[in-house]
Ligand binder design. Sequence first.
Ligand code: MSP
Length: 497
Amino acid sequence: MKPFYITTPIYYVNDKPHIGHAYTSLACDMIARFKRLDGFDVRFLTGTDEHGQKIEKAAATKGVDPQEFVDEVSQSFRNLSQVLNLTNDDFIRTTEHRHKQAAQHLWNQLVASGNIYLDEYAGWYAMRDEAFYQEDELIDGKAPTGAEVEWIKEASYFFKLSAWAEPLLEYYAKHPEAIQPESRRNEVLRFIEGGLKDLSISRRTLRWGVPVPGDADHVMYVWLDALTNYLSALGYPDDGYQQYWDQAIHMVGKDIIRFHSVYWPAFLMAAGISPAKTVFAHGWWTVEGEKMSKSLGNTVDPVEMVETYGADAFRYFLLRDLSFGQDGDFSKTAFINRLNTDLANAYGNLCQRVLSFIYKNADAVIPTPAEITSEDKALMAMPKSVLGNLRNAIDHFHLHRYGEAIWQVIGEGNRYVDAQKPWSLKKEDPVRMATVLYALCELIRQIAILTQPILPLASAKILAILSQEKSDFSALEVALMPGLKIDEPQPLFAKYV
Ligand code: MSP
């Protein structure tokens, strides 16, 4: 099986999870699920970023020991996997031994290749971004991101980032797929073309971090530490990490593209490792038209959303409503509309009217078809025929198109039911009714196979009602067996006012 590796950013544990974290993780989960169904050997990684000044301060504010603090908050991110029904194969924490070891190994590689030197850093630092800024980057005394900055002057190890501008530009010229979407790629290229300054990669006035090998007075800069998680989870530097690494896809929000597409590939190249295959930066959600912030109290809590609407509904909205890569707005009205229109009225209704009808009027077994018309054939061929488009949507990160393509087929399914009127055929032509119902079961079965990456719970329910065990994409090629029992269908999706 071909290896496939996809990662979320590792989340800061200074606060509990919100919709932004849920979004990045869900996008990765959708892709990971699709790839598994499509026969790939998938590794899907998420985890928590637990070092740095921000976390140290958050722990101090709460009056607890940093380790105790990160243990607790990290657990709420681990729980998010259950809540959102994520299929991550691993969960990495930067306070784990396996990670610290890998980070120190990478550091040693950078030293060995002559990319690290000791000097003094004098400049601005924004704790919120965990980033260094030059004087000329500040806007009204703040970081360009709006974060507060403080002046820092201390001994620091530096990474020779300036030497990597040319190699990075050459690499990106040869690998257009390495930064996506294109607008982000251009943004990164302009930044590199502007010239790169050497990067401070250690802190002396901070204790909460991975110790710099050979100099216990310093801890590693939290981004160098954090980025290494993508390798440490694969067992780097031991053999065997490479096969997944070669296929690595980093899904990130647009705010952290520079760390992933400038610093990270430069560290990697300097250590003799090839950069990740792709970094994809998605957009940001606002909430009811406003920037989400704790002070406004408008953060969307994924746990509450799932408790109220179910994991599938929340997943479906996030992965369908927003053109993936763009910014978008989370509004309650749009959310409810989509659940009602697409889930309850379109998909739910198709399944409910067909499966309940069979349960009540056709002995609760999948009917045996008689003469199959060209219309029936076309209907049953439809879901299979969109698999190519779905693959394309996944491989090109057009995640919103996934649902679009399937819901067209669902629309056709509902039109077929209206046109064929199985309820009238019951008396007029029971043989034809059996064929129509068989065609519809076959349609629903295939749709349920295809909707698994986006609606895993509902798909599993539908496949169980139809007594289907095999559900990867190869099952699309094997026609549905008539005569199997149909369990009593329950409504799949609620309607909301
Ligand atoms: N710890 C770093 C990442 C290190 S990766 C080696 C970090 N963590 S974070 O918790 O602040 O953010 C994680 C992700 O959440 C980012 O991809 C960010 O873009 C995303 N989001 C945070 N708020 C968001 C929205 N409002 N909307 C969409 N995504 C947003 O950065």
